[in-house]
Design a protein around this ligand. Structure first.
Ligand code: F6P
Length: 329
């Protein structure tokens, strides 16, 4: 392997830059040339790239976002798109491609493999943590930290007004961010897709808790954390039902894209650095068509297809303690 290309694709995540840095430095150590395609798979189609050398990644480990930019790219999903990408990679004599991204980005790699016979490796980078085969994805811990800091602040104003807050966090179709941020912020209730039964049943559970709160005045505020895209009709529907059933003063807050930004916490820098270096090492050892990940703090190689076909479960112990530690009253 003489030349490696890297790109970041899909939703950006804090720690992507730290990972680019690690790839660049690990390659330099092995005497491998590195280039970075910009704007995700779009750069691959437009032959839009830049060299990546030690000086380019200086002072980068702590920066949020991605210096390579990111995007989602529909054109790449076509057969012609993959063929053009393969042609462009060959034109630059690229020996291997590393993509840092989420599920959609890995599907892109599988697609490319149908027409390009050189090795590809995926690195899990998404705040959602919804990639099977790795305990954590790059960006998840920073997103939790950001959510928790925001929820702590919301708690202050919620208490002052004795209000109920419905706080929506990201996660796409997965509850990892909601579960961990609810537990870490000491919130009173959490709604995640993995445990969601029906709007009617969930509403009863929330109302039961609010009834306890009404009787026991020790906890004036009440914070409910909800995964995005979950409540049928949207959060305002839930807010309206709760307001009319209880008469409590209630506000809705969508945390949104702040969860994707900011300087990565050390856990994300560590994961990003280890996985970036491991991706390079794995390519030198002949890996292809795999994701590099970590389970129980050990590096693992997972076939790309498997990251898509197996389900990743919420942490069982966190779920088990949920009823016991979410505050009542
Ligand atoms: O996958 C990361 C993520 O932030 C999800 O949590 C969210 O559903 C989605 O991306 C938002 O995408 P966009 O930035 O295109 O609005």
């Amino acid at each position: 392997v003489n030349k490696i290309a890297v790109l970041t694709s899909g939703g950006d995540a804090p720690g992507m830059n730290a990972c680019i840095r690690a790839i660049c430095l690990a390659c330099e150590h092995e005497g491998i040339e590195v280039i970075g395609y910009t704007h995700g798979y779009n750069g691959l189609l437009r032959q839009d790239w830049r060299t990546l050398e030690r000086a380019d990644v200086y002072n980068l480990i702590q920066r949020g976002g991605t210096i390579l930019y990111s995007a989602r790219c529909d054109k790449f999903k076509t057969k012609e798109g993959a063929e053009l990408a393969a042609k462009n990679l060959d034109e630059l004599n690229v020996d291997a491609l590393i993509v840092i991204g989420g599920n959609g980005s890995f599907m892109g790699l599988e697609h490319l493999q149908t027409v390009w016979d050189k090795p590809v490796v995926g690195i899990p980078g998404t705040i959602d943590n919804d990639i099977s085969g790795t305990d954590f994805t790059i960006g998840f811990h920073t997103a939790i930290q950001t959510a928790v800091e925001s929820i702590d602040k919301v708690r202050d104003t919620a208490e002052a007004f004795e209000r109920i807050f419905l706080v929506e966090v990201m996660g796409r179709e997965a509850g990892f961010i909601a579960l961990d941020s609810a537990i870490s912020s000491g919130s009173d209730h959490v709604l995640v897709p993995e445990l969601f039964t029906s709007a009617a049943e969930e509403l009863v559970k929330i109302l039961d808790k609010l009834e306890v709160r009404r009787k026991n005045k020790t906890n004036p505020s009440h914070i409910i954390i909800i995964t995005e895209n979950l409540w049928p009709g949207g959060l305002q529907v839930l807010a309206d039902s709760l307001a009319s059933e209880t008469g409590f003063d209630l506000r809705v807050l969508t945390l949104g894209h702040v969860q994707r930004g900011g300087s990565p916490v050390s856990k994300d820098r560590m994961l990003a650095t280890r996985l970036g270096a491991f991706a390079v090492e794995s390519l030198l050892n002949g890996a292809r068509g795999v994701m590099v990940g970590e389970t129980h703090t050990k590096p693992v190689l997972v076939p790309l297809e498997q990251t898509r076909t197996t389900t990743k479960n919420l942490n069982r112990y966190s779920v088990e303690i949920l009823d016991r530690i979410t505050r009542l009253g």
